[in-house]
Ligand binder design. Sequence first.
Ligand code: GDP
Length: 301
Amino acid sequence: ILQEFHMFENLSDKIMTSLKKVRGQHKISEANIEEVIKEIRLSLLEADVNFKVVKTFIDKVKEKALGQDVLTNVNPGQMFVKIVHDELVNVLGGGAVDINVRENPSVIFLVGLQGAGKTTSAAKLSLYIRQKLNKKPGLVPADIYRPAAIDQLQVLGKQNNIPTFPTQVGMKPEEILEKAKQWARDNMVEVVIVDTAGRLQIDEDLMGELGRLKEIWTPQEILLVADAMLGQQSVNVAEGFHKRLNLTGLVLTKVDGDARGGAALSIREVTGIPIKFLGIGEKVTALEVFHPDRLAGRILD
Ligand code: GDP
């Protein structure tokens, strides 16, 4: 497993140790399978995966492993490993979900709590849009409560040659967004990325402001930037934002961190919101499109 996915290293090691007991075996018993499933269940719980998610996952694996012809298969160990892999992919959302940038311009709001990595992710996303989607991105700093965020985004925009709306001290987010419409036309920006304000916690003011911004310029995407290091708390944060804003996706940051990766593995199943990107480092290039099968493959590798 790669360093960028540090969060899943421990879990991966444990699951692989358990799977070794059946992988490559040509004859395994129901008891063998039961034992390995029990160990995997424990490893997932220890990694802080939500207990309901663990239960659903384990039930499905069990049903498939004991119900299908695994035991009589010529390669039962291999077949069992594939069942675990496929169920992991399912928990993670199945397939990759693209961001919608079909409108011209398309508008993407990045929302989230302070420190989650919104501003950094805004810059990362703009590079991704230019390099991989071949569209002209533009950045709109609207996190007025953390003054450094505005400078930070303007610097990142300049360093990477991304047009950035010249947000001035004293402007209100509503005014920024109104003015950014003309600015986007003038600069022929095709995908507008708005770095909205973060707070230390979800509060009415923040939600009210985001609701107003949605009315001023309806976004095609509202992505929650969530810090995977926060563990189960990040799952609660996602639920809170989703209830109020109807999120279209998640950017899960800091999966290169050393927290247990359980929250990252639970968040899709618990909230139903697709993970669209992973933040895997502090650099502007440290963003990956989220592919459930690739992550499952990395964990079971
Ligand atoms: P904001 O308050 O949500 O705008 O957060 P920032 O974008 O300023 O990020 C907060 C801190 O997290 C900064 O030190 C970033 O460098 C760091 N950060 C953001 N994303 C990642 C990531 O994916 N991995 C790591 N290791 N650090 C990150």
